[in-house]
Design a protein around this ligand. Structure first.
Ligand code: T3D
Length: 260
């Protein structure tokens, strides 16, 4: 039984709700461990075909719990804490071979911004705010934000947010490409539920392989990317969902993808 998150799987969609609303869902050690356990479950459970991550109450996630941070003791450095915790969350979300939607219901700050950025899509309420927040407490970015943020918004805007502390509201996030979609707050749940259902019925392995090629392409030359695409397509062509997609097309009927 988790203390700091809610986790449920229904109709192929896993919903992970960060659940410390009085702290705007700030990440403490317990929450970090519980998120990592939920990610392990999402990885190994074939019944999970889409992950939605969101926050309870008015915040998405306010980053590291600064009260707990004051009390961290022992030989571990902050770097050790990051390597074991937030780095694993960012990598776990980014490399999960299933679609991940961040449902941004409120403020996403610091490591909480990292969680949002490591998802494949960000669907935001009109009440959402995006704040790097690290510089406000004299820190450099972590949780993958230095790598993920400039890729989405460009280096100039990333600098403004990281070094200048600029807070981006939902409308600006949409213009910047930081949010895929912005909805009125009262429509956020239903908008994300409909999107998650569509993704959970899509060819899951094809989506996982799409993530693989997109991520690898970022560091390859065109010639290398073409070769990697060819290798990955050799895998995709062997999936049951590929066969189903072609059969459905030829039979002029809707496909029934199973995720296999
Ligand atoms: O080793 C490591 O882990 C280092 C890694 C660090 C990674 C990081 O994440 S660094 C960045 C840490 N986060 C922050 O610096 C953000 C701090 N919070 C804020 O700046 C503001 O709370 C927000 C801009 C996020 C939201 O502002 P607002 O006005 O909407 O809400 P609020 O009134 O400030 O917060 C509401 C409550 O949540 C409040 O508690 P109270 O007064 O009602 O009892 C506030 O203290 C609490 N809260 C918000 N953020 C945190 C927090 N409590 C603990 N830790 C927080 N990060």
């Amino acid at each position: 039984m988790a203390e700091t998150i809610l986790f449920a799987v229904e109709n192929g969609v896993a919903t992970l709700t960060l659940n410390r609303p009085d702290r705007l869902n700030a990440l403490n050690r317990t929450m970090t461990a519980e998120i990592l356990e939920a990610l392990r479950l999402c990885t190994r459970d074939a019944a999970v075909r889409c992950l939605v991550i969101t926050g309870a109450g008015r915040g998405f996630c306010a980053g590291q719990d600064l009260e707990e941070f004051q009390m961290l003791e022992g030989p571990d450095t902050v770097g050790d804490h990051l390597r074991r915790g937030f780095n694993q969350i960012a990598l776990g979300l980014y490399t999960l071979e299933k679609p991940v939607i961040a449902q941004i219901n409120g403020v996403a700050a610091g490591a909480g911004l990292g969680v949002a950025l490591a998802a494949d899509m960000r669907i935001a309420s009109d009440k959402a705010r995006f704040a790097a927040a690290f510089i406000g407490i004299g820190l450099a970015p972590d949780s993958g934000v230095s790598w993920l943020l400039p890729r989405l918004v460009g280096p100039g805007k990333a600098f403004e947010m990281l070094a200048g502390g600029a807070v981006v509201d939902a409308a600006e996030a949409m213009r910047l490409g930081l949010a895929n979609q912005v909805t009125p707050a009262e429509e956020l749940d239903s908008t994300v539920a409909a999107l998650a259902q569509r993704l959970a019925q899509a060819p899951t392995r094809g989506i996982g392989l799409t993530k693989r090629v997109l991520h690898r392409a970022a560091t390859l030359t065109l010639a290398e990317a073409l070769e990697y695409e060819a290798q990955v397509q050799d895998i995709a062509i062997g999936t049951a969902d590929h066969r189903e997609g072609v059969a459905a097309f030829l039979a002029k009927r809707p496909p029934r993808f199973t995720g296999a």
